[in-house]
Design a protein around this ligand. Structure first.
Ligand SMILES: NC(=O)C1=CN([C@@H]2O[C@H](COP(=O)(O)OP(=O)(O)OC[C@H]3O[C@@H](n4cnc5c(N)ncnc54)[C@H](OP(=O)(O)O)[C@@H]3O)[C@@H](O)[C@H]2O)C=CC1
Ligand SMILES: Cc1cn([C@H]2C[C@H](O)[C@@H](COP(=O)(O)OP(=O)(O)O[C@H]3O[C@@H](C)C(=O)[C@@H](O)[C@H]3O)O2)c(=O)[nH]c1=O
Length: 290
């Protein structure tokens, strides 16, 4: 049996669906019913349920986007920086292996040679390397709390998308925003991300940090072109002139735009798709929100 923390959230629900689809036994835990953010309660929960693995898909992301983290800093620090440390302590005490959903947003840009950041690269979009958003800073602190931990996977997700239309889906956002920021990013098909996380545990790959994104990176303009082609949308898409105009028009919170190297994941035998192929397929099989 696996414990799933944060199973009520966007990422947690995808874990729940994929676990159910595979017939894997799990219990999704919500703070509403059980306060897993308290170390003593989490240890009690582990003792009562005796799981073989724990998935931490809990955290504070801000709604509708990370801008909200600037105004809810305590919740953000609790969910993203403190909670991973609490889960670590509880899991270490009970010798329970686990996985933590982190974010690639602790980086900005590329490595100096233009390649994607590797798991060994220090974050460059965080409180220790400003500027950054409060969200990114809090996620990097969360990873610091897990440094040198045994028995944990740190799964870095980045800009999830899927074929299911909705306010958290990056492709839906690109179709709904009035104006778009032209940047280049690594992205992750949300289902593929979860499958890769489950692959790590089920195939007992070595614990540690994994960048879990589709291969390559894609610009906003390329995504728009794929949307035009596969969704047959002919209306014009408006773009911000540059990042300064984006920051002026929104609430001034900088975003991470970055490329991540996923070769460590690929070496474990997980066949992750190229980002353009994955985006195209999501758009071809699009399920509009009702
Ligand atoms: N969505 C995205 O674009 C990305 C998300 N991530 C990471 O994935 C994880 C899940 O994100 P996502 O599913 O999008 O987030 P959601 O807000 O949709 O869900 C997160 C869940 O975490 C639980 N939670 C526990 N502590 C807190 C807290 N202090 N504040 C808010 N919620 C809390 C809540 O569940 P309950 O109250 O029921 O226990 C909540 O439903 C986060 O760690 C996030 O940083 C990483 C990259 C991209
Ligand atoms: C608000 C806005 C954003 N954008 C761009 C900026 C950015 O490149 C992309 C996504 O920005 P958003 O504000 O929608 O989402 P944001 O909250 O920044 O998304 C992030 O969420 C957290 C939880 C993560 O961990 C990240 O990996 C990422 O998925 O869209 C526009 O093009 N136009 C807009 O009006």
């Amino acid at each position: 049996m696996m414990l799933l923390l944060g199973g009520s959230g966007y990422v947690g629900r995808i874990f729940a669906r994929r676990l159910s689809d595979r017939g894997l036994d799990f219990q999704a835990i919500s703070r509403r019913h059980y306060d897993y953010t308290r170390r003593d309660r989490l240890i009690e929960l582990i003792d009562q349920t005796r799981p073989s693995f724990l998935i931490n898909a809990a955290g504070y992301t801000g709604k509708p986007n990370v801008e909200a983290c600037e105004h809810h800093q305590a919740d953000c620090l609790l969910g993203n920086a403190v909670l991973p440390g609490i889960v670590r302590e509880a899991c270490e005490l009970r010798n329970l292996p686990w996985g933590h959903v982190s974010s690639g947003c602790i980086y900005n840009g590329t490595r100096p040679d233009g390649s994607g950041f590797r798991e060994t690269d220090p974050p460059n979009f965080c409180f220790r390397s400003p500027p950054c958003s409060f969200y990114s800073g809090s996620k990097a602190l969360g990873e610091e709390c897990l440094q040198d931990a045994d028995n944990v996977f740190v799964w870095r997700l980045r800009i999830p998308f899927s074929n299911r239309d909705g306010p958290r889906n990056y492709l839906s956002k690109m179709m709904r925003y009035d104006r778009l920021l032209e940047v280049t990013n690594s992205l992750a098909d949300a289902d593929e991300f979860v499958d890769a996380c489950l692959h790590c545990w089920q195939n007992r790959v070595p614990f540690g940090i994994y960048n879990i994104v589709n291969s390559g990176a894609v610009s906003t303009g390329e995504v728009v072109q794929l949307i035009r082609t596969h969704r047959k949308i002919s209306r014009p898409f408006q773009f911000f002139r540059d990042e300064a105009e984006f920051l002026n028009a929104t609430s001034g919170v900088p975003r991470s735009s970055c490329m991540l190297d996923n070769s460590k994941l690929i070496r474990t035998g997980f066949p992750i798709r190229d980002v353009r192929e994955a985006v195209a397929e999501a758009l071809q099989t699009w399920q509009p929100e009702r």
